[in-house]
Design a protein around this ligand. Structure first.
Ligand code: ASP
Ligand code: MG
Length: 422
């Protein structure tokens, strides 16, 4: 029996009818049994759904946004299918479900659970359209609901995988099907023990591909992207980028840890543990080699630049004329952990703790509320965290020109700076 392969197509690879056609062309010579195709929501759909939620939360009218989202998908289908195709009923059905779900009251108290119910529609709609289109092109795939096998806890918006249960379901329910047909499914979504929809965190579809790969003992995962592979910097932000032919798991994980958006940070670890190679390839140039991330990649010294936007620098100053001690650090970390906030950078001085975190809805206020009686707290928003791996000392200055530097740190192998445009 051949081994299972996983393909993942992100939002950009299904952003319009041309893109969906291109996806079908990629699959034309590659489609086979024992293939799972994971797709994201189309284009910026997830952002749009978030916008709808934010309007709903503020009591604003979002009918224009939901009509717009429906029209967007409808227009794509009009370009892909003949007028009488059943996809149009399916679309109506899904958008009616979405409208109904949005009738229910939303408050800050039920926000996360509500979010997961709504935001997963992007993937459900997208996967329906792509599956129907492939079948229409005589590329027969089985549409499957990922929530049937991706089992999680109930930490809505950032659900944790129940690996054992997921593996069992994938082996029992999906594996036999794969002997007959390839499966097309959604990234990003799962369900908790009560069957409620959950999501795995923004951009989580790569992670879904890795979860399925390890659960089904796959031979490889391929992420199809709009870049030629993993580059040493985001080409949209920096000139003269270089592509890696190969990368070690460790190196790739480190890049994603610091914020490289080419692969979701949680993707590498399960694949590394199972020694499953990860290919990052261009959907615009599918024959090109892309990047292979695997165990035996040679080490390199190419400076690698990662930029994380929307950062907040929070400083906690002791108020009682003492110095920073372990107990202070412990208090701050305890609260961060409770709020599931990850520290991207940490610096200690005699009287203060400075941390850099991602901007996350409501979380900063909660953090400040919890610790304001113990520290004098200041924060700066709208910052960028720039990390350079394998930095060359004389080249670092170029990245600071025109920026105010709020925090800087360097080790032998890594340079980090928190900066703001002047
Ligand atoms: N559609 C989701 C998002 O945009 C998941 C993904 O694309 O991976 O965050
Ligand atoms: Mg997406």
């Amino acid at each position: 029996m051949t081994k299972i392969q996983i393909y993942k197509f992100g939002g950009a690879s299904v952003k319009d009818s041309l893109a969906v056609n291109n996806l079908a062309e990629i699959l034309r010579n590659r489609l086979r049994k024992d293939l799972i195709i994971v797709v994201s929501a189309m284009g910026k759909t997830t952002n749009e759904l978030e916008e709808i939620l934010s309007k709903k939360l503020q009591g604003e009218d979002f009918s224009w946004n939901s009509a717009n989202l429906k029209n967007f998908h409808h227009a794509i289908c009009q370009e892909l299918f003949p007028a009488a195709h059943p996809i149009f009923y399916q679309l109506d059905n899904l958008f009616t479900q979405l409208d109904n779900a949005l009738e229910k009251p939303l408050s800050r108290l039920n926000y996360d659970e509500y979010y997961d119910r709504i935001v997963g529609f992007g993937e459900l709609v997208s996967s329906r359209i792509v599956a129907e289109f492939l079948c229409h092109q005589e590329l027969i795939v089985l549409w499957k609901d990922a929530r049937e096998v991706i089992h999680t806890d109930s930490y809505f918006r950032f659900a944790k995988i129940d690996w054992e249960k997921t593996k069992k379901s994938a082996q029992k329910i999906w594996k036999p099907l794969l002997a007959g047909f390839p499966i097309l499914t959604q990234g990003f979504i799962g369900s908790d023990s009560k069957g409620k929809p959950t999501t795995l965190g923004r951009e989580g579809s790569d992670f879904t591909a890795a979860i399925l790969a390890t659960s089904l003992d796959a031979s490889s995962v391929t992420i199809w992207k709009d870049v030629p592979g993993v580059l040493n910097a985001d080409p949209k932000l920096f000139p003269n980028t270089r592509k890696f032919e190969e990368l070690g798991y460790q190196e790739a994980a480190e890049m994603t840890y610091f914020g490289a958006s080419v692969i979701h940070p949680k993707t590498i670890k399960p694949l590394a543990n199972a020694k499953i190679p990860l290919y990052v390839k261009s959907f615009l140039d599918p024959e090109a080699a892309g990047t292979k991330i695997h165990e035996n990649a040679p080490a390199h010294q190419v400076p690698t630049i990662v930029l994380k936007k929307d950062q907040v620098l929070v400083s906690f100053k002791v108020t009682d004329f003492t110095f920073i001690e372990e107990k202070h650090i412990h208090r701050v970390y305890e609260q961060l952990q409770e709020l599931k906030l990850r520290v991207n950078m940490l610096q200690l001085s005699a009287i203060s703790i400075s941390i850099v975190i991602d901007v996350q809805l409501f979380k900063l206020e909660q953090l400040l509320e919890k610790l304001k009686s113990e520290f004098e707290i200041r924060y700066n928003e709208g910052l960028e965290l720039l990390t350079i791996l394998h930095h060359k000392q004389d080249e670092v200055g170029a990245y600071l020109e025109g920026y105010e530097v709020l925090l800087e740190q360097a080790s032998r192998n890594t340079f980090q700076v928190v900066r703001r445009k002047m």
